[in-house]
Design a protein around this ligand. Structure first.
Ligand code: C5P
Length: 322
């Protein structure tokens, strides 16, 4: 500040204005922080009559349910009738424009072959059902998360996610494996196949692929069809609308699997999520195949921010990796 400036009135006014400006800015920042804390606090609450024996039970978390709406039914069964409105949302995921009647026909053929979904452990006051959801991010390498993953009741993996050679970082057990036709790998006889249908063809394919009397022309894979669970198309829409606020074309397999875990477990531990430094969804078992892959058609950064938010609110436990 020069002497002339100190003496002149307009200049002192400018200084005053600047101070007031800084004060207002500080006030705004403080209120933002307080507001954010209040939002976080609104998730946290003591649970009186817990429906499970964990410290906190997702299934009994009323503020959480208020925040994210009534939990949607995650699995599709013969007893569900998909409305035409929900079908119209789901059909956007495929390039063809299928009719509702073609959908119903494909689904009814599938349910003839797999009349019911496998049973899952129901919530109970004397049990704490824990899930480990293992995404395919390269950030698990060197993490030594294996034992924590194996320690959980359900270990959910997805697509080409493997354990052999990576046991220290991703564990050895797989109780549930999420797949769609293009990502199908052979499963052992005790692993639940959690099937994510993104297209009508997917209902047709699974009906044939697990049917041993189908001619060999069809691409087959091994899975125990009695342990199969089929994701409800309505659940995909629910996750997209409620958790991702309709950002991106549709949720990734990994994000759907994570919200699914929040529906079937009381406590959820999350591993293997997050892009590399260039923003690509690279895998822990291979070098990046396509350097322009980013997060595909999925809203990767929105998903990551939501996982972070759920973790900050102690809804899930997010192990960020290395
Ligand atoms: O690549 P892939 O689709 O098999 O990965 C499974 C899921 O893991 C993705 O849908 C995504 O949610 C998550 N993932 C991630 N960061 C990576 C790789 C995968 O968050 N680097």
């Amino acid at each position: 500040m020069t002497w002339s400036c100190f003496r002149s009135l307009p200049c002192r006014h400018t200084k005053m204005k600047a101070k007031v400006g800084v004060l207002i800015l500080l006030l705004c920042v403080t209120s933002l922080c307080v507001f954010r804390r209040a939002e976080i606090k609104s998730y946290l609450r003591p649970q009186k009559d817990k429906p499970c024996s964990c410290d906190r039970c997702l299934s009994g978390d009323e503020p959480f349910k208020e925040h994210f709406g009534k939990f949607a039914e995650p699995f599709y069964s013969i007893h569900h009738n998909l409305s035409e409105e929900n079908f119209n949302w789901w059909k956007r995921l495929q390039s063809k424009n299928p009719t509702f009647s073609a959908f119903k026909e494909a689904v009814s053929k599938m349910f003839k072959m797999f009349p019911k979904n496998a049973e899952l452990e129901p919530a109970s006051t004397n049990r704490c059902r824990t899930c480990a959801v293992v995404g395919n991010s390269a950030n698990v390498v060197g993490s030594h998360y294996g034992p924590i993953i194996d320690f959980q009741d359900y270990v959910i993996r997805m697509n080409r996610g493997l354990t052999h050679g990576y046991e220290e970082d991703v564990g050895t057990r797989t109780t549930h494996h999420v797949l769609y036709p293009e990502s199908a790998v052979n499963l052992d006889d005790t692993t639940h196949l959690v099937y994510f249908p993104y297209k009508i063809r997917d209902f047709v394919w699974i009906t044939k692929a697990l049917n041993t009397s189908t001619p060999h022309k069809i691409r087959r894979f091994k899975a125990n069809k009695d342990l199969m669970l089929v994701l409800n198309p309505v659940f995909m829409k629910y996750v997209h609308e409620v958790f991702l606020k309709r950002k991106g074309h549709y949720p990734s397999t990994g994000f759907l699997a994570l919200v699914l875990a929040m529906h079937i477990c009381d406590e959820v531990h999350v591993f293997g999520y997050g892009a590399d430094n260039d923003g690509n969804w690279s895998h822990y078992w291979e070098g990046l195949r396509n350097t322009k892959i980013r997060t595909g058609g999925h809203p990767g950064s929105v998903e990551y921010a939501m996982i972070d938010e759920l973790d900050q609110n102690q809804i899930i436990k997010f192990y960020k990796g290395w």
